[in-house]
Every structure is written in C-alpha cells, then in structure tokens.
Design a protein around this ligand. Structure first.
Ligand SMILES: O=C(CO)[C@H](O)[C@H](O)COP(=O)(O)O
Length: 210
C-alpha cells in the first residue's frame, strides 16, 4: 500500500517546508483543496518542480466542467486530479477524457455519496483510475465518527480504492487490511509535532503489514 500525504496548509511556502521534512517517506504528494483555492494552481507547478520524481495529486474536487478543470490541473503539472463522485457522469467522463489525453490519472472522490455500492460500479464503468473512499474534515468532526463505513465499502468494492478520513497510526493497519492501495493521511502528518517522525511511523506500519 502506498502512502499519500494530504497537505491542508494554506501557503506554498508552508507546503514546501513540510515536504522538506516528509517527502522521503511518502509516495504521493496531495495539494489540498483549500491550498489550491488560496494559492491557485501555481502551487501544483511549484511543488512538481521541486519534487519531479513524486506523484503530485491536485485535490480539485471538480463538480462541473470536468474536462476543462482536469486540463487545468494537468497543464499545471499534476499527475493525478480529483473529480467528485457525486458530479454528473458527463463531468466525470470529461475529466477522464483529459486524463487519457495527458496520460494522467483521474480519481473520483466519494465524499458525501450515500449509496456507495451503486456509485462505485458506475465509476468503474466511467474509467476513473481509482476511487477515494473519503470522510471529509466536517464529517470527521461529528460526534461518533468512525472510519468503518469507508472500510466496509472498500471490502465490497470491485475497483481500486484509496481511503481518506483521519487516518493515523492506529487506523492505518485496518485500511491496509481492507484492501486499499493507497492510504491518505493529512492532519496526522502536517499537524504532528514532528511531521517527519509521523510520516516515518505511518510508513513503518505499512511495511510491517507487507
Ligand atoms: O481532502 C481532505 C478534506 O476534504 C483531506 O485532505 C483528507 O480528508 C485527508 O486529511 P485527513 O487525514 O486530515 O482527514
């Protein structure tokens, strides 16, 4: 299983400072939606220039104009961009079309999708590279939040999937056991006292499980 760091900071300088500490321990660098909204797509270009050998993931959360927004992300240097799974099929198909044209990946973010089983089948047919089973920051803040419903959807999925939603050292083993190909960790790394140590520990948990 690969490790993806989600950077939900608000400046390119802070993102680069974090990456200086953690990049060696992660496979995929995600530039979060608030970061892209604050800095524009230049943050994608700057991070890709600094880390050309890493996969750079632009969390666009595109809801409309799929082909156009995917084009913008890929032209800025992204290797992977996200479209919302709840968008119209034509939006997702447009993003996938741009992904194919650029030889890059489009990921469908399942945030807020109630009927996960049905949508996962449809997304597979639409040709996304993988789906992200995701509980967003607001959902995580609700009392009684559990990652279990994401893992359950993953166990029953017939499509490659990543998981995002408060992954930390306690939860990452269960994410891997559910069959995820990528674990996405945001706050567990960027908000840690020692982000390098946090990323290293998450990586070690993955390697321990094989
Ligand atoms: O996309 C996001 C929020 O919409 C986050 O980047 C994602 O949830 C991962 O961060 P965390 O591990 O803190 O949940």
């Amino acid at each position: 299983m690969k490790l993806q760091v989600a950077i939900d900071l608000l400046s390119t300088a802070d993102a680069l400072a974090l990456l200086h500490k953690v990049a060696d321990h992660v496979d995929i660098i995600e530039l979060g939606t608030p970061l892209i909204k604050q800095q524009g797509l230049s943050v994608v270009t700057n991070v890709k220039a600094a880390y050309p050998d890493k996969l750079v993931f632009a969390d666009m959360k595109t809801m409309d104009a799929g082909e156009l927004e995917a084009e913008l992300a890929f032209k800025a240097g992204a290797d992977i961009m996200t479209v919302l799974a709840s968008a119209a099929d034509s939006t997702i198909a447009g993003a996938v079309k741009a992904g194919k044209a650029h030889g890059k990946h489009v990921v469908a973010d399942m945030i807020g999708v109630a009927d996960k089983t049905t949508r996962l089948k449809e997304l597979k047919a639409l040709g996304v590279s993988w789906v992200e089973l995701h509980a967003g920051l607001d959902e995580q803040a609700q009392a009684g939040y559990s990652i279990e419903s994401l893992l359950e959807a993953g166990r029953n999925a017939d499509v490659a999937f990543s998981v995002a939603g408060g992954i930390n050292t306690e939860r990452i083993g269960a994410v891997e056991a559910a069959g995820a190909t990528i674990a996405v960790a945001g706050a567990a790394i960027y908000a840690a006292k020692d982000p390098a140590e946090a990323a290293k520990t998450l990586r070690a948990r993955i390697e321990k499980h094989g």
